[in-house]
Write a protein that binds this ligand. Sequence first.
Ligand SMILES: O=C(O)[C@@H]1CCC(=O)N(CCc2ccc(Cl)cc2)[C@H]1c1ccccc1Cl
Length: 356
Amino acid sequence: MAPSEGKKLNGATTTTTPTPSPPTQPPKKSPNDFIFGKVIGEGSFSTVYLAKDIHTGKEYAIKVCEKHHIIRERKTVHVKREKDVLNLLTHSSFYAARPGSNFFLKLSSTFQDLERLYFVLTYAKNGELLPYINKVGSFDVECTRFYSGEILVALEHLHRLNIIHRDLKPENILLDENMHILIGDFGSSKILNQGPPSPPSSQTNNTANDTDDDNSSPPPSSNPMQAPRERRRNSFVGTAQYVSPELLSDKTASPASDLWALGCIVYQMISGLPPFRSRSEYIIFQKILKLEYEFPNGFSPLARDLVEKLLVLDPSQRLGAQDLAASPRYDSIRSHPFYKGIDFDTLHKRTPPTIY
Ligand SMILES: O=C(O)[C@@H]1CCC(=O)N(CCc2ccc(Cl)cc2)[C@H]1c1ccccc1Cl
């Protein structure tokens, strides 16, 4: 549009470029566009409701965050990051057609009022994966291969977008109406420095430096003389049972941190319990840092070999850690004998095995 000429009082002429009209955004929704139903989830500063759009009749899960709770829990950074990550996953044309893009909650819209923030999300009709593992005690090998395979394909997609989840656990793996996975809860995630993912090495390159202002207590540092600022910068810690050793020893997270969590989840699917367990979180952290866990009798030998190759203290030595530098897939993990016969790229189209 040609800049228009304006006249100043002193007779000088000015040129102003009219701001182009913003791309047509759908009109902002409001709580009045939805009928709110039952509570389907609770967080420290959020409540998730089943809701129906009054115009379309479509069901959504609406995550409602109380602003004063967010501020009190010092989660403002988390909330903004969760929105950015959900936007990236929902709208990124980058690999949009890739199978992994199916395995995430989508963000339909966000809005706010004086007291609250609203995230209108996909409704995962079959809830969390965890109760299914607990209900049957443990998955059989077929279910474990299928569901851990879908998680792997999801991680390929997430990591190719330079995002690490950092709090992957069965509670954050939801199930849609066809029993396929939908990964959610990106409040702990991190968007890595832009650029193609590089393999994690012992140097911290292309990894996340945490500057969250969250309130979780700083992890037991391996170096008690560590400067308080450094400890504060790395204060993030995920859920104890699934947190990777590098996140505990004050280093920075990398995509391999999610591979550690995958190893814990495969172990839990087969045995019914996570590998590092204790009533005390601090003991769990100690066990993780010492790689202190064991396999119950009867644990599938191929699954055991896969878990042993993922639960490796050095992130750069974990199975798959070097893969994404040269490929969009975790080829080293896909080709592990445990997954023999699995076609990863059509899992999202298959009928999932019955969990029993
Ligand atoms: O970051 C964004 O995309 C918008 C930008 C506009 C805006 O005001 N917000 C809310 C920012 C915010 C975050 C935390 C608190 Cl406690 C209050 C406001 C953001 C927002 C609006 C609705 C839902 C979520 C978010 Cl992060």
